[in-house]
Design a protein around this ligand. Structure first.
Ligand SMILES: [Zn+2]
Ligand SMILES: [Zn+2]
Length: 148
């Protein structure tokens, strides 16, 4: 891929930079924002788009409000990166990850992508059954505090 190089240019691929103003793009997350998405948006790592974005098909945006469509795989990676470890620990501010109880494996919706999450360090299997009716919790990777 050919990149135009100029002073101050970042190392992000062209398609992830705004075609109008050239600033680095952020992935636009479609749909209702959960706590993790709100936090990532506040940290400037993604744009929380709401439901209307489904209509125009634009998946990237810049800080000046321009929007454009680009590669889906890069978008998925960027969103995963922005949401990784979120929501952050309320105690120490560290990254959190899911602890999944074995009973969750009986429910498909809880296990889709679980292997990938575990491989990425975003989830772990609990060694015990945990509290009744609980399928997964989030804990801090650093202080092991259970995230609210
Ligand atoms: Zn722009
Ligand atoms: Zn912590």
């Amino acid at each position: 891929m050919i990149r135009d190089v100029h002073p101050g240019a970042s190392d992000v691929p062209d398609e992830q930079r705004c075609p109008k103003c050239g600033t680095d793009g952020l992935p636009v997350l479609i749909g209702l924002a959960d706590e993790s998405a709100v936090e990532a948006a506040a940290a400037g790592e993604l744009i929380s788009g709401g439901c209307m974005r489904l209509i125009d098909g634009n998946t990237w945006g810049c800080s000046s409000g321009h929007e454009w469509a680009a590669d889906d795989q890069a978008w998925t990676q960027a969103v995963n990166r922005a949401l990784a470890g979120r929501p952050r620990c309320r105690g120490c501010g560290g990254a959190t990850r899911r602890v999944v109880y074995p009973r969750a494996l009986a429910y498909l919706s809880e296990t889709v992508g679980l292997a990938e999450e575990i491989a990425a360090g975003e989830a772990e299997m609990a060694a015990d059954d945990g509290p009744p009716d609980v399928y997964s919790i989030r804990i801090c990777r650093d202080c092991r505090t259970v995230a609210a």
